[in-house]
Design a protein around this ligand. Structure first.
Ligand code: AMP
Length: 191
């Protein structure tokens, strides 16, 4: 199985690049942000709890999100592998993911780290907010999400670096060029 984490700050292009990766490599896309937005739309118990955190730019508590991911992994097709988009976001989630995959006899092959400067991240988030109407894509929440990213998610860079799995990808320029850089890295690891 080819299991890949796509990693980066809000607005770094994780979702856009994940869509291209799943088309080319046939991986199963797991986006915790998309799943949570679905839960909110369905007004489920988890959705109602999650909305309070998402609207403030905070992370949904580890316990809830890890349980949600474990259930999804249990039901997901396992032929090819997964692209994890927006998960893990904390060290605890990173450790939980390794454990869950180990139980299935597999592991993460690479963590692609999309690098984009902060000014461009904010610009992209605001643009997406206008186009998609995502409620958490406004200036105030964008700053809160970036703060959370630097304090809670960035430590995962070291986590994957120590495992020899972190691959830095320049996340600026046009979408096709970024995708090309990603493909070169994926092709190298799956050879
Ligand atoms: P995203 O679409 O990945 O930017 O996620 C949108 C929001 O959903 C985040 O700002 C968090 O509030 C929440 N969220 C998504 N994934 C996670 C996660 N792995 N852990 C905690 N909260 C998450």
């Amino acid at each position: 199985m080819v299991n890949i984490v796509i990693f980066g700050a809000p607005g770094s292009g994780k979702g856009t690049q994940s869509d291209l990766i799943i088309q080319k490599y046939g991986l199963h896309h797991i986006s915790t942000g998309d799943i949570l937005r679905g839960e909110i739309a369905n007004k489920s118990e988890l959705g109602i709890i999650a909305e309070g955190f998402i609207s403030k730019g905070q992370l949904v508590p580890d316990e809830l999100i890890i349980r949600m991911l474990a259930e999804i992994l249990d039901k997901a097709p396992t032929e090819k592998g997964f692209i994890f988009d927006g998960f893990p976001r904390t060290l605890e989630q990173g450790e939980a993911l390794d454990k869950l995959l180990k139980e299935k006899g597999t592991c993460i092959l690479a963590a692609l780290n999309l690098e984009v400067e902060e000014s461009e991240l904010i610009e992209r988030i605001l643009k997406r907010g206008v186009l998609s109407g995502r409620k958490d894509d406004n200036l105030e929440t964008a700053h809160a999400r970036l703060k959370v990213y630097y304090s809670q998610t960035e430590p995962l860079k070291d986590f994957y670096k120590k495992q020899g799995k972190k691959i830095n990808i320049k996340g600026t320029g046009n979408i096709e060029d970024i995708f090309e850089r990603i493909c070169q890295s994926i092709d190298r690891i799956i050879k």
